[in-house]
Design a protein around this ligand. Structure first.
Ligand code: SF4
Ligand code: SF4
Length: 114
């Protein structure tokens, strides 16, 4: 097959019949500041882990909101909890707490279909 230098990503439509929002609801309940994220990407741009490995904190947010807990559990391990993302967040979101909550609770909110 000819290499055009890009690939077509697989469809990412959320199937609401399969969607399991338990982890998302738990995080939003425990850290309500996360509700006001505007997806500006400031956290991702400043992330220490993202400088060293393939890691994108904004993508984690999307995984959480899509109920993709298996991928989330694997990705969150790359965070070093340095807190730089929190310092730059224009909404003052307590991102370290969000990350800690995900680390602690993702395994018990694992879904079969994620
Ligand atoms: S910097 Fe704050 S508002 Fe912006 S994407 Fe990150 S968490 Fe959301
Ligand atoms: S706490 Fe984690 S996500 Fe935030 S800047 Fe540091 S390594 Fe990145």
């Amino acid at each position: 097959m000819k290499d055009f230098g890009f690939t077509v990503i697989k469809q990412r439509t959320i199937d609401y019949d399969q969607f399991d929002g338990r982890l998302l609801n738990y995080i939003l309940e425990m850290e309500p500041s996360f509700k006001v994220c505007l997806s500006c990407g400031g956290c991702t741009a400043t992330c220490s882990a993202g400088d060293l490995v393939s890691f994108n904190i904004r993508r984690l947010n999307l995984m959480l909101r899509r109920g993709e807990t298996v991928e989330l559990e694997s990705e969150i391990k790359k965070c070093m909890l340095c807190g730089k993302c929190q310092l730059v967040c224009p909404r003052g979101i307590n991102l370290r707490n969000v990350i800690m909550l995900i680390k602690k609770s993702v395994a018990k909110h694992q879904t079969v279909n994620s």
